[in-house]
Design a protein around this ligand. Structure first.
Ligand SMILES: [Zn+2]
Ligand SMILES: [Zn+2]
Length: 342
């Protein structure tokens, strides 16, 4: 599948990504490594180049980035090494030790980086696939009332599409996002939201499952991977709807459906960053029926089957119990079945 951000082959089918997991960040016998203290400045302006196998220890990549940022005047040289930013691995998955990075395997998030430094990093640091300027807010749709337009980080250079591998009881799911447009989900060995969904599936064996605020689609696709006959994924934010649809395509071989029909390109969806009335974005039919919508979850009842559904409301502002209570009550007044916050 062609990448909507860079046009390259960034998006691969789930089995290919899953097969890469055991070896993608492991070293060869010739790989050397030097563990650097991230809480102090880099001593000297030295960094090692990649091994002949093409990989380099993450700390050396950080040293390389630090040197570029000092030369570009972003850092003075007195900041700790970790001031370089947050490294997001591609593919991301739970891993015990620090990684040896192959080419194009890291998206750098930094609040300080400039456009010219980002261009230089993409040209000179082979492990970095994208540089994103981050802000002190969470990107994507965070306001359930949809009153404020979602904010995004800024992709300065390269491509910020990356995958995460999320274990479920039915096998792993591969979930892609464009990182500047979506909040960051770290794959963990134990994912409480996935476990919560699986508990509900086991207790109720629903015919339909609805992931009403789907983000990149992890929880809805988890239900689909467990074989639930009908699954609806929905999000008001265009990027979430697009990546939910893409992730349905990426994981289609684990489902009992035919090919996935994508009804919109990413660029067309972006023309309506937020939608209220649900619009069908993608679908796959067969023994299972999986549909992806872009719309306000409060309007989703309009397109749901007239039978009980098991609905997951993964609201962003869970801490506001009054708002979540209102959302649950409103949902229950429209849709038969059960609804829960994962
Ligand atoms: Zn790309
Ligand atoms: Zn090596």
């Amino acid at each position: 599948m062609k990448c909507p951000v860079c046009g390259d082959l960034c998006i691969r089918d789930a089995p290919e990504v899953i097969e890469s997991v055991p070896s993608v960040f492991s070293r060869c016998r010739r790989c050397t490594f030097r563990v650097l203290d991230k809480s102090i400045p880099l001593r000297g302006r030295f960094y090692a180049t990649p091994c002949e196998c093409g990989k380099r220890f993450i700390d050396e990549v950080f040293a390389h980035l630090y040197v570029i940022m000092v030369e570009e005047g972003i850092l003075s040289g007195n900041e700790p090494l970790k001031a370089v930013g947050s490294p997001l691995l591609h593919p991301g998955f739970f891993k015990a030790g620090p990684p040896f990075l192959p080419k194009d395997s890291l998206v750098l998030l930094s609040p300080l980086v400039t456009g010219s430094a980002a261009e230089r990093i993409i040209k000179e640091v082979p492990e970095v696939r994208g540089v994103v300027r981050s802000g002190d807010f969470i990107p994507g749709a965070t306001d359930p009332s949809l009153a404020t337009l979602p904010r995004t980080y800024e992709l300065l250079a390269g491509c910020d599409v990356r995958a995460g591998v999320f274990p479920t009881g039915a096998g792993p799911l591969v979930i892609y996002v464009q990182q500047s447009q979506m909040h960051i989900e770290f794959p963990r060995i134990d994912n409480p939201k996935i476990r919560s969904v699986e508990r509900h599936l086991a207790a109720h064996s629903p015919a339909w499952c609805v992931d009403a605020c789907s983000g990149a689609g992890t929880l809805g696709l988890c239900a689909a991977r467990h074989g639930v006959r009908g699954v609806v994924l929905n999000d008001a934010w265009y990027a979430a709807a697009f990546w939910s649809a893409t992730n349905l395509h990426v994981n289609r071989m684990f489902l009992r459906t035919g090919e996935v029909r994508m009804l919109f390109s990413c660029r067309t969806l972006r023309e309506h960053p937020v939608r209220e009335d649900p619009v069908l974005v993608a679908e796959a039919t067969g023994e299972q029926s999986i549909r992806v919508y872009q719309g306000d979850f409060r309007q989703l009842w309009k397109v749901l089957p007239e039978e009980p559904v098991c609905a997951v409301l993964d609201l962003f502002e869970k801490s506001d119990t009054r708002k979540t209570g209102d959302a649950i009550r409103e949902w229950k007044s429209r849709v038969p079945g059960e609804v829960f916050i994962p």
